[in-house]
Design a protein around this ligand. Structure first.
Ligand code: DX5
Ligand code: ZN
Length: 215
């Protein structure tokens, strides 16, 4: 299993030890949640913070934009060194165009669905994306309980990917721990985001290792 620890649950007053832990860990990515207070009822951090983090973090950046009109910020995300740019389906009026522009900027394109957005809305874009990020909580906050319907959505998305021959990976975000992680693995997930479960653990390195071992 690939693991993408979410910086949202790190110590914002002193991020360096948390970033050094991530660098030393078996994690595959660092997940970064950008919020605008409009698309979601919270504001996290923006590009200057992301740029500073990218200078210390040696893991590829998996950027999750919870903002309206994400297509306006593609070059800024690229300039922060992002490998994956995830945009919300609900925030993009012209999703196909946005995906094309993310690719043209040299990044992998991820499309994110809120809990109430059906997998069927991806039918006409699934072959063009590198990743689908399913929200298993309502976006905006860490530490919320896992929405169990995500397991059914994960199975449905896996079936759509197999049917279309899409290369998209399935990433899940919200309420991930070892138990929900094991269920998501069985349902067909490829990448697990984990914020509070990793940064709230007594031994974050071992927690990441245990998530990695899910199969
Ligand atoms: C929530 C964010 C998540 C968050 C997950 O809107 O997208 O990435 O950090 O936090 P946990 O793992 O604590 O649910
Ligand atoms: Zn996220």
């Amino acid at each position: 299993m690939k693991v993408s620890p979410s910086l949202l649950s790190a110590n914002f007053a002193d991020m360096r030890p948390d970033l050094e832990m991530i660098n030393a860990s078996e994690s595959d990515y660092l997940h970064m949640d950008i919020m605008d207070g409009v698309f979601v009822p919270n504001i996290s951090f923006g590009f200057p913070v992301m740029k500073s983090v990218s200078k210390i973090c040696t893991k590829p950046l998996d950027v999750h934009l919870m903002i309206v009109e994400p297509q306006k910020w593609i070059s800024q995300v690229r300039d922060c060194g992002a490998e994956i740019m995830n945009v919300h389906q609900e925030a993009c009026l012209h999703l196909h165009s946005c995906v094309q522009q993310i690719h043209a900027a040299g990044m992998k394109a991820g499309v994110t669905l809120c809990p109430a957005t059906p997998v069927s809305t991806l039918v006409d874009i699934i072959e063009d994306v590198d990743l689908v990020l399913l929200m298993s909580v309502n976006p905006g906050f860490g530490g919320q309980p896992f929405i169990r319907h995500t397991l059914e959505k994960t199975r449905e998305l896996r079936a759509l990917i197999e049917k279309t021959g899409s290369k998209a990976e399935i990433e899940i975000d919200g309420g991930v721990n070892l138990q929900t992680g094991a269920e998501l693995t069985a349902a067909g997930a490829d990448i697990l985001v984990a914020g509070s479960f990793v940064f709230g653990a007594l031994d974050p390195l071992d927690t990441i290792r245990q998530l990695k071992q899910l199969s």
